[in-house]
Structure formats: structure tokens, C-alpha cells
Design a protein around this ligand. Structure first.
Ligand SMILES: NC(=O)c1ccc[n+]([C@@H]2O[C@H](COP(=O)([O-])OP(=O)(O)OC[C@H]3O[C@@H](n4cnc5c(N)ncnc54)[C@H](OP(=O)(O)O)[C@@H]3O)[C@@H](O)[C@H]2O)c1
Length: 371
């Protein structure tokens, strides 16, 4: 049985609300008066389900200095059990499907099968589906990724990307009977308000690695002024890193506004940042020796080969994404943001400084994986 709240508005069943990014969307949904979110959570019973989502949302709100969340409804269920999903959706007016296996090395089967179950449910109940995909459905293709269906199979870089494309393909196959809106975030990073994140994945791993190596590199450079540590990525790559709270607000706003339903939204930076610029911001924020890190697409070892090995060992999965020159169209996203009076995703040096500060204050990172 669901733990009951006292909200009014459209009831939206939400999967994946406990996730690293999902919890930002959960928190944003709870602030939209027109919505009544109920969270499907893996847990043994309703009390435990509510405790899990409440804890996840409390992290977001405490770190961003927001008031505590209103009452939260939660239903214990596993997406792998379609009967549980159907029962959870009994009186839902929409389904927001975010749950996924985000481990690049995992089998990611739930990303396809869970979406299949979500589609079946929405068709049977005649309710709209809101699906959180990823901008990296594009795989190795440089793009630009249209804000529309990606029909041809991409050259995916891992099983995760492939599974997210397969899930989108199922959705496209179920239109027009299925009313679906697809959100494609790029790399979700720190909360713009606090610099915070519940786990230190993706760029946080790189920041942390520079922090750990900083003193040693400083000493080495004193003896070897020409020391260079090469990063295996082309100098003209771009980084698409979006603040979790900014895109969570966009997702919640679009779900609540029927004028904006349907199609695809690439939730990506309004102005992509060259990774040389991003790297300069990080180097200054961390206090890493300047001019030592160089981007080099040929990935030859530099004079600092031992540091290159140390960096690669810590952030190999993430550095694979640092080579991207991808482009993502996002005119629809910008138009929706304007209609909702919300900001578009942007990052600057102050944002990176906040993230570095948060990462240091939170102590040793607990990051599970680069994403
Ligand atoms: N984070 C990013 O950088 C990023 C970028 C682009 C797109 N996305 C997409 O955004 C969505 C949310 O990402 P995230 O960062 O929040 O992921 P995450 O931290 O890995 O969390 C995954 C969520 O899915 C739930 N889940 C997984 N398997 C489930 C199952 N069988 N039944 C019920 N729930 C299940 C997890 O529940 P438990 O808490 O029980 O494990 C958790 O709430 C995903 O669809 C992801 O592909 C994320």
C-alpha cells in the first residue's frame, strides 16, 4: 500500500526517483503544484520505500538549502516485475520512467525490458509516457543529434548506450498510439546551487584525481620544468555537462505543461564548453600546476608518463567521453525553457569552483563509476 500524502494534481507514477540524477527530478516534481508524484521504489515494504525516496530527496534539498519536501508517496515495486508496475500505476495519469541500469559494464537489460513494460502499461491505460533517455544514444556519431527520433542504429560505445537506443526504438515503434515525450540529458553533473552531488561520478573523478596528484606533480615539475601530462583526447573536443537541478526543473516543468508534451528534448548545454576551457577552470579550482596537462588526440605518452598512467587508471571510462566533438540540437529545449520561464543549462568557472569545494568538503568520494 502506498504511504499517502495530501497533494492534489495529476498523479504521475515515477520510476528511478532514488537515482543520482533521478532524485533531483523527484525533488523538482514535488515542488510543482499541478503534479502529484508517487514514486515506485525497490524496497521490501511501503515504509521502507518511502524512507528511501525521502532520504534521496532530503539530500537534494538540504544541500541546496531548500525547505523540507512535502509528504512523499511511495510504492514498493521492482520494474522487473510488470505486475508490480501495473499495480503501482493503478490511478496514475502519466508515467515518468527514469529507472535504468547506468553501469556501462552491466547487461543493461532492464533499460530495454523496463521500457517495454512502461510502454505496455501506458498503452493499456491510455496514459502518456515521459521517458528519460540519454544524449549519448548517438554513440560514436558526432551528430548533430536531432531533437527527433534516431532511427538508424548508432555505433554505440557500450551496452548502456545501446540499451538506451533500443529503448527509444521501442517507443518510436509504439507511436502514434503511445503519447510519449523523450528527454535526453547529456552528462548530468553538480547541482548549480550547491555544487553538490550524491555520488562522485564522471567529472568528479577527474577533479579528485587531480587533487590527489597535485602535490606530487608540483614537485616533479620543480625538477623537470618541461613536464607534460597528456590527456588522450583531441584538443578541439567539447564537453557537455549539465547541472542536475537545472535540467530536473525542465523535466518537471515539461511534464506539468501539456502544451510541451510529445517529441524529444535534448537536455544539453546551451553553449557547449571546449574541454580545454573546462580543464583550465578545473586546474585553477584545484590549484593544479598550470600548463602541465595537455590534450593530445594521438595519446602518445608525454614526459609525465607515470602520471598519465595514474590518471587513466582513475578516470579511463570518463576520459573516453572527453574526446567527444559531438553536437546536440536543443532549440526545442531552449523554447520550452523560455515558455516555462526557466533557465537553460549553462556552466561557467564559478560553477566548477563550487563543485570542487563540495567535493573536498564531502571528503573521500564514494563514486561507483564514471558515467
Ligand atoms: N546521471 C547521468 O549523468 C545521466 C545522463 C544522461 C541520462 N541519464 C538517465 O537518467 C536516468 C536517471 O539516471 P541516474 O543518474 O539517476 O541513475 P542511477 O543513479 O544509476 O539510478 C538508477 C535508478 O533506477 C532505479 N532502478 C534500476 N533498476 C530498477 C528496477 N529493476 N526496478 C526499479 N527501479 C530500478 C534505481 O533504483 P535503486 O535505488 O533501487 O537502485 C535508481 O533509482 C537514467 O535513465 C539514465 O539513463 C543519466
Amino acid at each position: 500500500m502506498a504511504a499517502m500524502g495530501n497533494r492534489t494534481g495529476m498523479r504521475v507514477l515515477v520510476t528511478g526517483g532514488t537515482g543520482a540524477f533521478g532524485r533531483y527530478v523527484a525533488s523538482a516534481l514535488l515542488d510543482v503544484p499541478a503534479l502529484r508524484p508517487v514514486f515506485l521504489v525497490r524496497a521490501p515494504d511501503a515504509t521502507a520505500a518511502r524512507a528511501r525516496i525521502a532520504e534521496a530527496v532530503a539530500f537534494v534539498r538540504a544541500s541546496a538549502g531548500l525547505r523540507a519536501a512535502p509528504a512523499i508517496e511511495a510504492i514498493p515495486a521492482d520494474l522487473a516485475d510488470p505486475a508490480g508496475l501495473r499495480a503501482a500505476a493503478r490511478d496514475a495519469g502519466a508515467l515518468l520512467h527514469m529507472a535504468a541500469d547506468t553501469n556501462f559494464d552491466g547487461d543493461c537489460e532492464i533499460n530495454v525490458e523496463g521500457t517495454r513494460a512502461a510502454i505496455d502499461l501506458c498503452l493499456a491505460r491510455e496514459i502518456p509516457l515521459f521517458h528519460v533517455s540519454t544524449a549519448f544514444v548517438i554513440g560514436e556519431d558526432p551528430g548533430p543529434l536531432p531533437e527527433g527520433p534516431l532511427l538508424a542504429a548508432p555505433r554505440s560505445r557500450n551496452g548502456y548506450e545501446r540499451s538506451k537506443w533500443e529503448a527509444e526504438r521501442l517507443i518510436e515503434g509504439a507511436r502514434p498510439r503511445l503519447r510519449a515525450t523523450v528527454f535526453r540529458p547529456s552528462i548530468v553533473f553538480a547541482d548549480a546551487r550547491s555544487g553538490g552531488a550524491p555520488e562522485f561520478a564522471n567529472l568528479f573523478r577527474y577533479i579528485r584525481a587531480l587533487d590527489v596528484l597535485r602535490d606530487e606533480v608540483e614537485h616533479a615539475r620543480a625538477e623537470e620544468p618541461e613536464l607534460r601530462i597528456r590527456l588522450p583526447a583531441p584538443a578541439d573536443g567539447r564537453f557537455d555537462l549539465v547541472p542536475a537541478d537545472v535540467i530536473a526543473d525542465l523535466v518537471a516543468g515539461i511534464v506539468a505543461d501539456p502544451r510541451l508534451h510529445g517529441g524529444h528534448y535534448n537536455l544539453t548545454l546551451a553553449e557547449p564548453v571546449p574541454h580545454t576551457t573546462l580543464n583550465e577552470w578545473i586546474v585553477r579550482a584545484v590549484g593544479f600546476p598550470e600548463g602541465v596537462l595537455v590534450f593530445d588526440g594521438t595519446a602518445q605518452n608525454g614526459t609525465g608518463a607515470r602520471f598519465e598512467r595514474a590518471l587513466r587508471a582513475r578516470v579511463a571510462g570518463f576520459l573516453a567521453y572527453a574526446g567527444d566533438r559531438k553536437r546536440f540540437e536543443n532549440a526545442r529545449m531552449r523554447e520550452a525553457a523560455r515558455a516555462l520561464g526557466l533557465p537553460v543549462p549553462r556552466i561557467d568557472e564559478a560553477y566548477i569552483r563550487k563543485a570542487v569545494r563540495f567535493c573536498r568538503e564531502a571528503g573521500r568520494p564514494r563514486g561507483r563509476r564514471a558515467r
